[in-house]
Design a protein around this ligand. Structure first.
Ligand SMILES: NC(=O)c1ccc[n+]([C@@H]2O[C@H](COP(=O)([O-])OP(=O)(O)OC[C@H]3O[C@@H](n4cnc5c(N)ncnc54)[C@H](OP(=O)(O)O)[C@@H]3O)[C@@H](O)[C@H]2O)c1
Length: 508
């Protein structure tokens, strides 16, 4: 079993939703699976006054609800790793007592000065907190490469949660701020989608087998669809969502990570540096639409109150409390992406995400081209319903589904599509753990493979900016209530593909 260094995980935003609902249950699961060093501890920091025991009691209920297979005895052990510090992390005066506490804990637990910071606070607090950490001198060995004896030196790393900025300019500003305090090797820009089994398995499917990679290019692949559909509405945080929208919330972040894994070139070796280099290159190869092309390359929408299950009592998106009545923020977005490179020239990637859609699913559809010559063109039953298709279901099910044509048994020749399916849960009898857990453990090990590089984040922003700024005005006109709740999105999304002679895979 791989082991991690002992460390103190310092979570800024200890009393928040992300910490309670995801991070602590994830760490509990890692504890149960023996993935945490016995000395590792977690220090939660936020302004509300609480005791260590008070915080533990609060978190127990969350862990019971969210983590797989709660066990009261294991909880008692895990709870001994949890400590709380009350302080305002944007204020300099917070850091002297915080440092004293950290030094004490390091001494008692033998964590060797290793610190892993996690920013689980509002985005506006990222830069002030990073600056305070730096000013307080908490980063003493971020530059692990210049240590005389790197193995024996302490490390200080930071995990930053999305959003990594709001646009290109704010992402560069955040990256510059991080870069002043930490080396790039110590910065872990987390995306929990990369913690999902089927996303990681995509690299293995492509690069550990010889049957896919030779045909994984524009010569054989007609197009790719990447979908993240949700049935839920925007939740309580309407004002936040109205500043964000589907492109920022899902496409620029999570779906571009999946896009990179589907489209990148094979790295020469599975190492963090090589994988990250290839992701940077593929994001950089995205062809950025001109202002005139934007409307034809996207479909944007807002859900209506009416839909297949009746009407939403809170109204359509633009009528929700907290949403500006004239808001043009998209609750649905579909964009068409082209790559300017040899592998993908001419093969479009269609990416969509939305709220209040017909089903909850995250998947990748790889549609192969029909055979160059159709020997069976005069025979019935061939060529229907998109054969030559690989569907990678990432959530809620974890499945690979390969569809191809076979002969129907019996006299004469008749074709039919068949599906060959691999269900991860059935095949491996493994219950997926919360995606944050393995990623945080990777950060404790110093493995950046599944974390984003500064250049990649900025590249992803540059690629979506035309769909977000004034260039998208035409696509945003008439956006109000342009799709029924419980549908697959606005008519314009179907037209986006229909113009190219294609259709979305709208199966639940
Ligand atoms: N929730 C999710 O599922 C989710 C998913 C993806 C990304 N994110 C991102 O993760 C971050 C946290 O989200 P969240 O939903 O957990 O937010 P949240 O529920 O509002 O929690 C924010 C936390 O920050 C603390 N805080 C605020 N000001 C502080 C200060 N000056 N010093 C120290 N602590 C301070 C708050 O506690 P006190 O009031 O006690 O200080 C609270 O613990 C956000 O950037 C969000 O966009 C969240």
């Amino acid at each position: 079993m791989l082991t991690t260094d002992p460390c103190i995980l310092v979570i800024f935003g200890a009393s928040g939703d992300l910490t309670s609902r995801k991070l602590i249950p994830a760490m509990y699961e890692m504890h149960v699976l023996g993935q945490l060093h016995p000395s590792t501890v977690i220090l939660g920091v936020s302004r509300t006054q609480k005791t260590d025991d008070g915080w533990r009691d609060e978190l127990r209920a969350w862990v019971e609800k969210q983590a797989k297979g709660f066990d009261a005895t294991k909880w008692v052990d895990f709870a001994k790793r949890l400590f709380y510090f009350a302080g305002d992390a944007v204020k300099s005066e917070c850091y002297e007592p915080l440092q004293t506490r950290l030094a004490q804990m390091a001494e008692e637990r033998g964590t060797r000065g290793n610190l892993l910071f996690f920013l689980s606070v509002a985005e506006s607090l990222y830069e002030p907190i990073i600056e305070r950490i730096d000013e307080a001198g908490l980063v003493v060995e971020g530059k692990r490469w210049c240590s005389i004896d790197p193995a024996a030196k302490s490390w200080q790393r930071i995990i930053v949660e999305k959003p990594f900025g709001h646009d290109s300019a704010s992402a560069s500003s955040l990256n510059r701020c991080l870069g002043r305090a930490f080396e790039e090797e110590s910065i872990y820009r987390i995306d929990h989608y990369l913690g999902k089994e089927l996303v990681q398995s995509m690299l293995v499917l492509r690069f550990a087998n010889s049957i896919f990679e030779p045909i994984w290019n524009q010569q054989y692949i007609d197009h790719v669809q990447i979908t993240a559909a949700e049935t839920v509405t925007v939740g309580q945080r309407t004002a936040f969502y109205d500043q964000t929208g589907a492109i920022r919330d899902m496409i620029q972040s999570h779906l571009f990570q999946i896009l990179a894994f589907v489209a990148m070139e094979p790295p020469s070796l599975y190492t963090p540096e090589n994988v990250r280099q290839e992701k940077i290159k593929i994001i950089d190869a995205i062809a950025i639409p001109t202002a005139d092309e934007v409307a034809a390359h996207c479909a944007l929408g807002q859900f209506a109150a009416e839909g297949k299950d009746g009407a939403l009592k809170e109204g359509a998106y633009h009528e929700l409390a907290g949403v500006a009545p004239n808001s043009t923020t998209e609750t649905y977005a579909a964009i068409k992406v082209h790559f300017d490179n040899w592998r993908w020239a001419g093969t479009p990637f269609y990416i969509r995400s939305g709220k209040k859609l017909a089903a909850k699913k995250t998947e990748v559809v790889v549609q192969f081209k029909p055979p160059a010559a159709n020997l069976f063109r005069k025979v019935t039953g061939f060529g229907g319903e998109a054969p030559n298709r690989l569907v990678i279901e990432i959530a809620p099910k974890e499945r690979f589904n390969l569809r191809f044509e076979v002969k129907v048994p019996g006299f004469g020749l008749r074709g039919a599509n068949v599906d060959m399916q691999l269900d991860y849960a059935d095949r491996f009898k493994a219950d997926p753990v919360e995606a944050y857990g393995p990623l945080i453990v990777d950060a404790m090990r110093g493995d950046q493979t599944l974390f984003k590089h500064r250049i990649e984040v900025e590249g992803a922003w540059n690629a979506v900016m035309p769909f977000l700024d004034e260039r998208s005005a035409v696509a945003r006109a008439g956006i109000h209530a342009n799709y029924a709740c419980g549908s697959w999105g606005p008519k314009s999304a179907d037209e986006l593909l229909a113009r190219d002679g294609r259709a979305w895979r709208n199966e639940a």
